[in-house]
Design a protein around this ligand. Structure first.
Ligand code: G3H
Ligand code: 13P
Ligand code: ZN
Length: 325
């Protein structure tokens, strides 16, 4: 049985991005796979009064079960609006959709927004696939994110060794031909915890803001999306390593650069790795300090609480999305 996102009380990203563009901030898009991550995201965004996009990859959807996900999203909305009296908009978004069928299935199961990632395809095939998704989605008032340019690292089943920066000369034609609502571009970020290979003493190179500016000029006022935007916070790298983990050369995008991007046409910033690392750091700490603990609430609970704090901090100090609702 199919269901629309409106029946679940969710919002698409249209108005969220209009407000973000005017207010010069970015809407956070946090990935989740389980109950505790979803709780942390929703609690953190309610408390910081931030709009939020909760997103699931194909892998996360398989992990969580698509029927269960639908009711988790509905539960999150009901909890936020009815129980906690919050008016923040909540979008449920498919991250890195890789086929029309997957996007359709998500739309039919209550997603309010989908990404169709044809970035690895030849340009014309990317246009055709994206257009097909847009046609199905727009008939149902669901918003669509497309992508031009390839980020290094893993994008679900698609992975690339090297970065292919977005070609600004393609963006206008792509947006016009496909009808997408937002566009992910590649300006030097990448997925995961090892975004830059630095030699000792070297600092992280700046993102290619020149490419971002060129894109903005060609599609003025159009919402741009940044993937691979975790900062790989040193606090949690250190905790993970201190409590028996091994993530020595992990490095991410400095927060100042994300803050700068959020003030531009970048309306959505994707964060997954930072959330994963918080959970891992806290679970490791609890296990080292309390080796006899075996109640999942005693290690997932503290991980959830720390994740909520991290989310509030991102919204307030990096994306600028706090206190907007
Ligand atoms: O961009 C990828 C996201 O971080 C999701 O990762 O495919 O391992 O769930 P995943
Ligand atoms: P990170 O790996 O930097 O968190 O990027 C997440 C992302 O882009 C999800 O689509
Ligand atoms: Zn991504």
């Amino acid at each position: 049985m199919s269901v629309t996102y409106k029946e679940l009380g969710l919002s698409n990203t249209k108005e969220m991005f209009e407000r973000a563009m005017k207010g010069q901030y970015a809407v956070p898009a946090y990935n989740f796979n389980n109950l505790e991550q979803l709780q942390a995201i929703i609690y953190g965004c309610i408390e910081s009064k931030s709009p939020v996009i909760v997103q699931v990859s194909k892998g996360a959807r398989n992990y969580a079960n698509s029927t269960l996900l639908r009711y988790m999203a509905m539960g999150a909305v009901e909890m936020a609006k009815k129980e906690m009296g919050s008016n923040i908009p909540i979008a449920l978004h498919l991250d890195h959709g890789d086929s029309f069928e997957l996007c359709k299935s998500c739309i039919d199961n209550g997603f309010s927004s989908v990404m169709i990632d044809g970035s690895h395809l030849p340009y014309d095939e990317n246009v055709a696939l994206t257009k097909q998704v847009v046609e199905y989605a727009h008939e149902r008032d669901v918003t669509v994110e497309g992508e031009l340019g390839v980020l290094a690292g893993i994008e679900d089943e698609v992975s690339s060794e090297v970065t292919h920066y977005t070609k600004p000369e393609e963006v206008e034609d792509f947006v016009k031909k496909t009808g997408v609502d937002s566009l992910a571009i590649s300006i030097g970020t990448s997925h995961g915890a090892y975004k830059f290979k630095l030699k000792p003493g070297e600092s992280v190179p700046p993102l290619r803001f020149d490419i971002l500016e060129e894109c903005e000029k060609r599609i003025p006022g159009f919402p741009i999306v940044l993937h691979g935007s975790s900062s790989v916070l040193p606090k949690y790298v250190d905790m993970i390593n201190h409590y028996g983990g091994k993530m020595e050369s992990a490095v991410g995008v400095p927060e100042e650069q994300l803050r700068k991007a959020a003030g531009s046409a970048v309306c959505k910033i994707n964060i997954d790795t930072d959330g994963r690392m918080v959970v891992t750091a806290i679970v490791r700490k609890v296990f080292v300090e309390n080796p006899s603990e075996f109640d999942p609430r005693k290690y997932l609970g503290p991980a959830r609480d720390e994740l909520k704090k991290m989310i509030m901090d991102k919204n307030r100090n990096v994306l600028g999305s706090a206190d907007r609702y």
